[in-house]
Design a protein around this ligand. Sequence first.
Ligand code: MTE
Length: 345
Amino acid sequence: MLIKTRKASDIPSSEITPASVYFSRRDFMRGVGGIAIGSAAGVLMSGDAMAEDANRSPALLNLASKPAWLVQKISQRKPAPPSGPFAAADEKTPFNDATTYNNFYEFGTDKTDPSSRAKNFAIDPWSVEIAGECNKPGKYTLEDILKPHTLEDRVYRLRCVEAWSMVIPWVGFSLGDLLKRFEPNGNAKFVEFQTLQDPKQFPEQSSRFATIHWPYMEGLRMDEAMHPLAMMAVGLYGDAMPAQNGAPIRLVVPWKYGFKSIKSIVRIRFRSEMPTNTWKDLQPSEYGFYANVNPAVNHPRWSQATERRLPTSLFMPHRIETKPFNGYADEVESLYAGMDLRKNY
Ligand code: MTE
């Protein structure tokens, strides 16, 4: 998503497989004795093997500590339903790929910067400020934020605007259930989210070369935010959220491009007006407020008709067709009835 001009001959960054993904895939192919070229690793693994993911590297959590109450709460989560939109049937992306191929510009712009620079990220204490058009504004500890909610596993597809995708088993709960607790009033038409601003934890926030205006901001229309698929996630693969994936609490909106799914949230504000969002603010001709996954509307610099489903390699690109609303059209299309989605990209 970098804003830069490039020659037509350059390979887009979205086409380059990072070494970690390439090598883990190569090791896997070696392990299975070189089974047929052309089958993606994810396709070869059984669902159970993938769920256990024996190759998971615990160091990749990158957290200074995990509060005991959070560990306990996550251990009491409900399993994902056997099927349906909360449990994508797609093969899950291996843990080590989902946690080493990240976009988290506060740590740097390379895909491996977040996992390598997020060591000892501190999430305790953490609080979330609730502000704006509601009856119960205030500063809530993370424990207070989570207390009334039963956590659950949800397997969602994540489609980045850069045309790669993953399938991630999140741990969390519906955003709407959280928002209702603060009693938004009649003026609350939108909800705005803000990431932590702390250059001690996020090196890029003090970089002279950063292009983003910190803190990272996002927003949803109120009816989008209340949709049951919109999720607050506090973990993945049955564990706490790794720092590079947005610890301790992030948004996941599976029918929208990944940049809407803002990480490490410290403020939620109910607003009467449409909030700005970081990528729209940087490049409004390329990124909009709605950002619904839409294969019919190309990014000005690349096609959105297909996506690379990770893990991939140069020899096994695992390119698949992108579906409208990332495959969640049955659930969310009605939110946009009568809207021109080419204009409202
Ligand atoms: N949130 C913050 N605060 N900073 C970011 O740079 N990147 C976004 C989104 N949330 C980003 C962010 C983008 S572009 C994507 S695709 C997803 O996070 C990636 O989530 P993942 O790294 O967990 O796969």
